[in-house]
Design a protein around this ligand. Sequence first.
Ligand code: CDP
Length: 213
Amino acid sequence: MIIAVDGPAASGKGTIARALARHYKLPHLDTGLLYRAVAATVLREDLTPEKEADAVSACSFEDYLLEDPWLRTDEVGKIASVVSAHPLVRAALLHRQKKFAHQPGGAVLDGRDIGTVIAPDANVKLFVKATPMIRAQRRHLELRKNGILTSLDKVLSDIRARDERDSKRSEAPMTQAADAVLLDTSFLSIDAAVQRAIAIVEAAKAKTTSAPA
Ligand code: CDP
């Protein structure tokens, strides 16, 4: 079973995807980390993220980089959304993601284009969203917990800028697949959101098993 979980920053898609992977005992890939690894390499090698050739040259990073906590910072996230707009960067990371999605037994992947580009054939597609203000509040709290003091306004404007870049790019823009189920987590606790996601997967499974051959 392939489960595709897409959605914008701080919507809860990562938490939901991890919980689904645990629940269904499936391997999980956070595809944002791949773009973050490209961004981190660009930053470290002093390359220019806006230049496609520079970003492409950063795509052959070593796997151990994916474990680096620096990748999870906002600094790297912002550059990830710049490098991810380059078609050749997306092409360079495509095979790895498709292979992960289509491994025997299935997988859970989260990102922006899983249900539309990486696994349009996914058995279940979720599009997780929440209002920009709620997402900004979550990110703000998370940053504060990590000792990073910044204003809510700044976090909100960063989130809006990232949404804009991710949904307006010409290549694989962030968009809800026609057959994806929308899950709005704005007013849901983590537990409630996960329970809702499991119910959506169960409903999809029941539909497949009851469908005539
Ligand atoms: O969780 P958060 O949205 O903060 O970040 P992420 O999922 O790690 O993604 C970082 C950036 O990578 C996003 O802003 C997207 O521009 C890009 N991305 C993408 O283009 N396609 C994906 N499948 C995953 C991430």
